[in-house]
Design a protein around this ligand. Structure first.
Ligand SMILES: Cc1cc2nc3c(=O)[nH]c(=O)nc-3n(C[C@H](O)[C@H](O)[C@H](O)COP(=O)(O)OP(=O)(O)OC[C@H]3O[C@@H](n4cnc5c(N)ncnc54)[C@H](O)[C@@H]3O)c2cc1C
Length: 432
């Protein structure tokens, strides 16, 4: 029998497995992941100080390795819908140090982060092609049996759902309904490497010349409720993304059903199996609204479509998610509106949960102690995230400085307020 079965091999599940190896090496832990293996994904992940602190609490050398994959610099230019430059920020990382006012510690390629986390675990720690299919709870204290789609099963004293925002573990355990679709649909992927120069030239369309410097990232609203962005992930890897309102997407005839779970892949954030030319065909339905260069250089095989989902803070319980040998980490627990924090908070979860399992052993009491510690911070952050992002959306295009001020408030509330496990808890600096 396993001590801990972790369902899902994203940042939350892998970081938890590593944290347990380091903090509670006697525990028998296995990660079960639905995907067939590690694949390249078209996204960058911003690591903020709370994420850095959590990774350092888990495994300091691994934290350093992950941050070392960051770009050294990135010039981000934001336009308004008329093509006027609204902001320009040079971010610097690693040996260059942080630029003034910059919250982020690193901007790293998603696939590098996942590969380093998985490699740190060693051979066999992640079982791939294991899609969660159900859970049978034993009487109190007796653990659970996890069933998989291939007919196999695993018995464990504890089960952790790290299976993302449409968590099936959560559904099987709590049955409290899925998250709410936030009316945004995102298409993204990588550029074909041969055409990166063309993309860079498009990105340079703003900002070259006066003021100096070609932007490495360009964010531009391309029409009503639609935003395109292109950014460098690492040398030679450039990615694109389009973030569109659901109304626009529907009007263009795109096939996106927010709550579809067919094949259990559609809505998963990062699943490579969900990527492909069929997704790009859907993106092409928006073609007359998108920059031609983005469409021309996109690599169709890497294109994905996913929605934004959120759980509202009013639905967060006070002290415990539920009862029994199951808990949740990452997006399965607390999906937020897009704020560059999901992976960072998943690392926090992993560090705190491992701390309690190391202290109290693989017991239901340890799970409840973890939930009791996390819930107040997560509820406060979710409140702040929703009010900030809602007012930011309203402010966009009207008062960009106001938008930036609110984002800075959110960063301040999130990034400077993670007490690493075992340290004295600090007072939350936010009042909502
Ligand atoms: C484009 C983009 C950019 C982002 N940028 C940032 C950023 O800059 N900073 C940041 O902090 N966050 C960012 N996020 C958010 C971040 O990606 C998520 O919050 C984070 O991935 C959540 O991690 P997780 O491990 O909880 O879930 P996931 O990353 O969703 O991982 C869940 C894993 O579970 C697996 N799984 C799902 N169902 C099953 C099943 N039935 N059985 C077995 N396995 C299953 C999936 O295949 C997946 O590997 C970004 C997200 C996107 C989409």
């Amino acid at each position: 029998m396993l001590d801990v079965a972790i369902v899902g091999g994203g940042p939350g599940g892998l970081a938890l497995a590593r944290a347990l190896q380091v903090k509670a090496p006697a525990l028998r832990v296995q990660v079960f992941e639905r995907a067939s293996g590690l694949h390249k994904r078209g996204a960058g992940v911003a690591i903020a100080p709370n994420g850095t602190a959590a990774l350092r609490a888990i495994d300091p050398p691994l934290a350093d390795k992950i941050l070392a994959t960051s770009l050294e610099r990135n010039l981000v230019v934001v336009e308004d819908a008329q093509g006027r430059e609204m902001s320009r920020q040079l971010m610097t990382f690693g040996a260059l140090g942080k630029a003034p006012g910059q919250a982020m510690d690193g901007l790293i390629p998603w696939h590098a982060m996942q590969r380093l986390l998985a490699e740190s675990l060693g051979e066999g720690a992640v079982a791939y092609r294991k899609a969660f299919a159900g859970l049978d709870l034993a009487p109190a204290g007796g653990g659970a049996v996890v069933r998989f789609a291939d007919g196999s099963s695993a018995a464990a004293r504890l089960v952790v759902g790290a299976d993302g925002l449409l968590s099936q573990v959560r559904e099987a355990w709590l049955g409290d309904g899925g998250p709410t679709f936030d009316n945004r649909v995102i298409f993204r992927g990588q550029a074909r490497s041969a055409d990166v120069a063309a993309l860079a030239a498009w990105a340079a369309g703003v900002g070259g010349g006066e003021g100096g410097g070609v932007p490495d990232s360009r964010i531009c609203p391309t029409g009503q409720d639609l935003m395109a962005m292109v950014y460098m992930l690492s040398e030679g890897v450039t990615v694109w993304a389009v973030n569109a309102g659901y109304g626009v997407v529907k009007d263009c005839g795109v096939d996106y059903a927010p709550y579809a779970r067919s094949g259990e892949t559609r809505a998963s954030l990062m699943e490579p199996e969900a990527a492909g030319a069929a997704c790009f065909e859907e993106a092409l339905k928006l073609a007359d609204k998108l920059p031609a260069t983005v469409l021309r250089v996109a690599d169709p095989s890497t294109t994905t479509i996913h929605g934004d989902y959120v759980r509202y803070p009013k639905d967060y319980p006070d002290t415990a998610l539920g009862a029994g040998p199951v808990t949740l980490v990452g997006d399965a627990f607390h999906p937020l509106k897009v704020a560059g924090q999901g992976a960072n908070l998943a690392f926090e979860d992993a560090a705190v949960l491992a701390h309690h399992l190391a202290a109290a052993g693989p017991t239901e009491a340890a799970l409840r102690a973890y939930e009791a510690e996390r819930l107040p911070r997560l509820r406060t952050l979710a409140e702040f995230n929703i009010t900030t992002m809602n007012s930011a959306a309203k402010a966009a295009g009207q008062d960009y400085q106001e938008l930036k001020r609110r984002q800075a408030e959110f960063e301040e509330a999130v990034v400077h307020a993670f007490p690493p496990p075992g340290s004295a808890p600090r007072a939350a600096p936010v009042s909502c």
